[in-house]
Ligand binder design. Structure first.
Ligand SMILES: Cc1cc2nc3c(=O)[nH]c(=O)nc-3n(C[C@H](O)[C@H](O)[C@H](O)COP(=O)(O)OP(=O)(O)OC[C@H]3O[C@@H](n4cnc5c(N)ncnc54)[C@H](O)[C@@H]3O)c2cc1C
Length: 480
């Protein structure tokens, strides 16, 4: 990318042609030489309008939705974010923060508005024994390398750790330790936010609590998260991973619930995997973290579990390599070009009472053509430690994450069919008391969102009115 746009803007201002707004039909900034108009803000960072920057921001990991912004700001400071939000508000432009753009259905995109690429705000300000104070553009892998150097770790990681702090705090951030620690958004002591009015606010559970509740797992609706204090705990150095295979879904889900209840492992996840004869079997993935010279007691860890005899695979790695375990697969997918294919993902939360019947019926009709060989995640968690009001879960003690992480060939009809299937699966689960995780590719109307937020919808709407009264922020979610 170049800084052509900034030079263009500066030139525009020097020449007396001040940018006053945007014409969505012409996809161009509107300028006037009128002395009565205000000057376009100058930035510590750079505002880009070149074609490459715009088309990158008009895409995401899903490669399904494409909404072209008119500018991309790489902020050099929080002040830049304040300035662009105020400018956008005055001129009727929409704004969205963008972390790594790993959403799958246009969530970080803005048609004819401004995308704030948070990557340029990526300072780790402090690591203390109990928290890290970080900019929202910091990537979790970078943060974890830095905290591990001090024997500390964030309690919860997503499976893929090349995601931004601001991005996952905005959606939730679930992983195999979430039963014990909650999602990443549960592990935040304080957040700094630029609201839709362009005000910088600090909020925490005890200060401006309503804003705190509205931005964590708040899908970018009430503010751009610019900085956060994320919890840290003492880290172990090693991980032992156990892969246990099951033929029977009900035994698999029962064992997972035993493990998340007794917490004998630090981490519990699982997948439906092809059984080699056109159907599905199940893989329970559990890990225990330890530091030499201590070693895990395999027999105690596996006691009472009913996996297929002799199917267990046990391996050791460093704790960091465990967290970073997807890296080799992703490097391979990038090398063969599949990483750039469309990803019509569906991510849902299933109430425990329905998991066996619902999953059996879905898997009975799910083929490898339907998944595009992408993984099918299925794992239990306790809902008690997930306390963010906007992270919507089934109203049950246990729930299951069910994700079909589809890869589609770049053929529109195939993508459309997968997205339609996502919607149908969502509706079946919703009717059983299930919810969705807002990172996937499920078409959703405003009425769907209202139903999704259910008992917290009123509060959410109030917060939106209070903190983003002109509805400037994050239109890609389609909520307001
Ligand atoms: C390979 C892979 C594996 C994944 N594994 C997991 C997993 O194990 N668990 C899990 O929970 N998720 C997982 N995800 C999903 C991931 O958490 C979400 O897609 C997340 O949004 C990605 O973070 P990001 O930085 O790319 O955010 P983006 O996609 O850039 O943004 C997500 C949303 O948040 C908004 N946003 C971004 N930054 C900010 C900010 N600073 N302030 C306010 N709003 C902001 C955006 O506008 C958008 O609406 C995975 C994704 C991929 C691609």
């Amino acid at each position: 990318m170049s800084d052509v746009s900034r030079r263009t803007f500066l030139k525009g201002i020097i020449a007396g042609a001040v940018i006053v707004g945007f014409d969505p039909l012409q996809r161009s900034w509107v300028t006037t030489a009128s002395a009565a108009t205000e000057a376009f803000p100058t930035f510590d960072g750079v505002l880009y309008t070149d074609a490459t920057s715009l088309s990158e921001a008009a895409d995401d990991f899903g490669h399904i939705i494409h909404r072209q912004p008119t500018a991309v700001l790489k902020p050099g400071s929080v002040n830049d974010i304040i300035k662009i939000v105020k400018f956008a508000r005055r001129h009727g432009l929409k704004i969205a923060g963008r972390g790594q753009g790993h959403s799958t259905y246009g969530q970080p995109q803005v048609e004819a508005g401004v995308v704030i690429d948070m990557n340029s705000l990526n300072t780790i300000h402090a690591i203390t024994p109990t928290y890290a104070d970080v900019d929202a553009g910091v990537i979790w892998s970078t943060l974890t390398v830095a905290t591990l150097a001090q024997g500390l770790t964030p309690p919860t990681h997503t499976d893929y750790i090349e995601l931004s702090v601001g991005g996952t705090l905005s959606v939730g951030g679930i992983g195999g330790t979430s039963s014990q620690y909650g999602v990443q958004a549960d592990n935040v002591l304080e957040v700094q936010v630029v609201t839709g009015e362009g005000r910088l606010e600090h909020c925490s559970p005890t200060h401006k609590r309503k804003l705190f509740n509205a931005v964590l797992a708040g899908l970018g609706q009430c503010g751009i998260i610019v900085r956060a204090k994320v919890k840290l705990i003492p880290a172990h150095t090693q991980a032992r991973t156990f892969l246990l295979y099951y033929t029977d879904l009900t035994i698999f889900t029962a064992d997972q619930q035993i493990l998340v209840d007794d917490e004998r492992f630090n981490y519990v996840e699982g997948q439906a995997v092809p059984n080699g004869s056109g159907g599905w079997m199940f893989m329970l993935e559990a890990a225990t973290f330890y530091s030499s010279p201590a070693t895990p007691d395999n027999a105690a860890l596996l006691a009472g579990l009913s996996y297929n005899a002799g199917s267990e695979q046990i391996s050791d790695s460093s704790y960091f390599d465990f967290l970073n375990r997807l890296a080799p697969t992703i490097a391979f997918l990038k090398a063969i070009g599949v990483w750039g294919f469309p990803h019509p993902w569906t991510d849902t939360f299933i109430p425990a009472h329905s998991v066996n019947s619902y999953i059996s019926s879905v898997l009975a009709n799910l083929t490898l053509d339907d998944t595009g060989q992408g993984p099918v995640l299925l794992y239990a968690f306790k809902t008690a430690n997930m306390q963010r009001p906007l992270f919507r879960l089934p109203d049950t003690e246990h729930a299951f994450l069910f994700s079909i992480l589809r890869t589609a060939p770049p053929i529109q009809a195939v993508v459309d069919a997968m997205v339609a299937s996502n919607r149908a699966l969502y509706e079946q689960n919703r009717d059983l008391g299930g919810t969705r995780y807002a990172i996937g590719a499920i078409p959703f109307s405003q009425a769907d969102w209202e139903a999704h937020f259910g008992p917290v919808w009123k509060e959410f709407k109030k917060a939106k009115r209070a903190y983003d009264p002109d509805n400037v922020l994050t239109p890609g979610q389609g909520i307001f």
